[in-house]
Design a protein around this ligand. Structure first.
Ligand code: UT7
Length: 355
């Protein structure tokens, strides 16, 4: 039987840091409220396009896998904050990589997009359609943020990460997943301004207003993620004690704690980096996976459980058996171009344009 091993991994975080204190310079908020309600201390604000972040992440992941970009057969980009909707994000990345043989498409299930993208690439490898894939989770959510809304903008940040999948006959990579969508609650998270229904109505594209029912999303996220964890573990014949690291969607530390409690996973088995980046939507699980490897939390043969939720309200949990290698085969010196503005200056630019 064919499996899809994860053989490469790379992340790209924009260097500009927006702290809770920065937010308090233009919003009625404070560090105490943000850290106590969410666990977030700072987030990154990108000075480059999503394509640029995806390019750097993918080149790092390909170097780690020792795979030539010219040999890539599939590129899947998970995101909801496309640079362009037509043509798609993945084809732009394909051009940058020079991956002429690849098929390229995007997946949008909001914050779960990386994991849903992983599901599709894994299935295409396991059924023999392609032999390898680059899967990206990335967002440039700052460009679509309503920076006047303190209930939302303090939660999100920009970032990107990528993995390389390659066919193998060893039992590793994505063993199984549980996917679902609590669509009765789709109106609890709506970004008005992002989509065709707002075009040709005289509104500037990108100027948004967010409907965001935080406590309702919180409740449903905990139920969706913990139910998906129980289902995927049972379907694959594992117990929560078999899991070495839980790498959840990083939206809110309190949500992660509640999921760990319901699932019965000890807090020290959960990987957390929300304090540094906030909720990077599709990039959160991807970046957390890369950092869990870099920090030695993922060991040869580790069993990983990755639960997530996002607008829709989509939810899922993926079970991954890591292979024997936890170090990159190679590295690249490709970097983002330097920024001539601070994170706060970039956000002030958005505020000025939104009026
Ligand atoms: O990936 C999907 C993304 N969605 C999510 O992650 C949302 C999940 N939900 C959450 O993370 C939490 O519900 C929030 C962090 C959004 C909110 O936490 P909460 O404990 O549920 O607070 P709340 O919404 O009940 O708001 C409590 C108070 C309100 O004031 P009043 O009405 O009680 O006087 C808000 O106006 O906190 C106020 N508030 C703020 N105060 C200072 C809301 N945002 C802020 C802020 N700074 N940034």
């Amino acid at each position: 039987m064919t499996y899809a091993a994860i053989t490469g991994w790379g992340k790209c975080l924009p260097p500009n840091v927006l702290t809770n204190a920065d937010l308090a310079t233009f919003l009625d908020t404070n560090d105490e409220w943000i850290t106590s309600r969410t666990g977030i201390s700072e987030r990154r604000i990108s000075h480059v396009s999503l394509e640029e972040m995806a390019y750097v992440s993918s080149m790092r992941a390909l170097a780690a896998a020792g795979l030539d970009p010219a040999d890539v057969e599939l590129i899947v980009v998970g995101t909801c904050s496309f640079d362009d909707q037509v043509p798609n994000q993945a084809s732009g990345l394909q051009v940058r990589l020079g991956a002429k043989r690849a098929a390229s498409y995007d997946v949008n299930t909001a914050c779960t997009s990386f994991l849903y993208a992983l599901s599709t690439a894994n299935a295409l490898i396991r059924t023999g359609v392609v032999r390898n894939a680059v899967v990206v989770g990335g967002e440039l959510i700052s460009a679509f943020m309503d920076w006047h809304n303190r209930g939302v903008c303090v939660l999100f940040g920009d970032g990107c990460a990528a993995v390389v999948l390659e066919a193998t006959d060893k039992v590793e990579g994505l063993l199984g997943e549980k996917l679902g969508c609590d669509s009765d609650a789709r109106n609890t998270l709506v970004v008005e301004g992002m989509g065709g229904r707002y075009c040709n109505k005289g509104l500037p594209y990108g100027q948004t207003s967010w409907t965001f029912e935080g406590p309702e999303i919180f409740k449903r996220a905990v139920l969706g993620m913990s139910g998906a964890c129980a289902d995927v573990l049972a379907a694959q014949g594992y117990k929560v004690d078999d899991v070495d690291v839980v790498i959840p969607h990083q939206a809110n530390l309190r949500i992660m704690d509640a999921v760990a409690k319901r699932v019965g996973a000890p807090a020290d088995r959960m990987f957390v980096n929300v304090q540094k980046y906030g909720n990077m939507s599709a990039a959160t699980v991807a970046v957390a996976l890369v950092e869990a490897i870099e920090e030695g939390r993922v060991q040869p043969g580790s069993l990983l459980l990755l639960p997530a939720f996002g607008a829709g309200l989509t939810w899922c949990a993926h079970l991954i058996r890591w292979g024997q290698r936890t170090t990159p085969l190679g590295t690249t010196d490709i970097e983002l171009p330097p920024s001539d503005r601070t994170a706060l200056e970039i956000v002030q630019g958005y505020l000025k344009k939104a009026g």
